[in-house]
Design a protein around this ligand. Structure first.
Ligand SMILES: [Fe+2]
Ligand SMILES: [Fe+2]
Length: 272
């Protein structure tokens, strides 16, 4: 896909790598070696606590920006890029923010305010960095609202966490257009285009599953109330996500396209 689409930066949410919950240092390394430039986590961020050292030291791994300040790691990362000749390109800032609706776990702070604060903190950076926001949340409403809140101020707002891809990938209308009324206080956006948005990217994992877990186990639990280990499923692995085109001058997106692509199980890593 990198070659086919000329992709020059790959970001992946990696919170479910360790048998469905958490990420280990070894898996982080494996994903880096496979070509993932930056990784984000989610509500399962610390399920494998051995990730602590990596989370505290790696420049390209983040947890939620609106988690408690005392939590290990950080909530935003700056990914450097260069041309093939080695000339530096504008950096890409990736921010991961957790929703609050229907989410359990640590009480996250207001996600709207948390991203606003971050944008404020980088307001004077020149050249203007590209900012991608991941909205890790259960409720579609909260993610859609975050998209509008940030429209015209970041390149993309991309939802994760439900594992189910949504069909609403699009560029939000330019701020100021009649249907946008997106009350974006102080947005200085003089450029065409807007923020790329998708409520949920979906997961990269087994499509024949319940959000990645074995169908039989989940059905047993749901139909009989008898607990069963929710092992990770194996059926029909596929990659789900989006490819963005971003205008580096404006920091806004010019295209967003979903990919929903079955894995070729005749090739590594599925066969040796
Ligand atoms: Fe999650
Ligand atoms: Fe997840």
């Amino acid at each position: 896909m990198r070659e086919q689409h000329g992709v020059d930066l790959v970001v992946a949410n990696a919170e479910n790598c360790a048998s469905g919950s958490g990420l280990t240092a070894e898996q982080y390394r494996k994903l880096k070696d496979a070509g993932v430039d930056g990784m984000t986590l989610g509500d399962h961020a610390l399920k494998k606590q051995q990730i602590r050292h990596t989370l505290e030291t790696a420049p390209d791994l983040i947890r939620a920006i609106n988690w408690p300040a005392a939590c290990w790691g950080k909530g935003a990362m700056v990914l450097e890029r260069k041309t093939e000749e080695g000339t530096p390109l504008p950096t890409v800032h990736v921010v991961m923010v957790m929703g609050r609706l229907f989410m359990n776990g640590p009480q996250a702070d207001d996600p709207f305010v948390a991203v606003d604060r971050y944008l404020d903190s980088i307001r004077d950076l020149m050249p203007r960095p590209v900012v991608i926001v991941e909205a890790h949340a259960e409720a579609t409403s909260e993610k859609v609202a975050l998209g509008w809140h940030l429209n015209g101020r970041v390149a993309a707002v991309l939802g994760t966490h439900t594992h189910v891809p949504t069909a609403d990938a699009r560029l939000l209308p330019k701020p100021g257009s009649p249907d946008a009324d997106a009350s974006i206080p102080g947005s200085p956006n003089p450029f065409p285009g807007g923020t790329a948005y998708c409520t949920d990217l979906g997961m990269t994992g087994p499509d024949d599953s319940v959000l990645g877990r074995r169908v039989d186990r989940v059905l047993r639990y749901m139909t009989t109330a008898t607990p069963a280990p929710f092992d990770v499923a194996e059926g029909r692995p596929a990659a789900h996500g989006v490819i963005l085109d971003i205008d580096e001058r404006s920091g806004l997106a010019t295209a967003i396209e979903r990919f929903d692509r079955p894995a070729d199980v005749t090739r590594p890593p599925f066969v040796a």
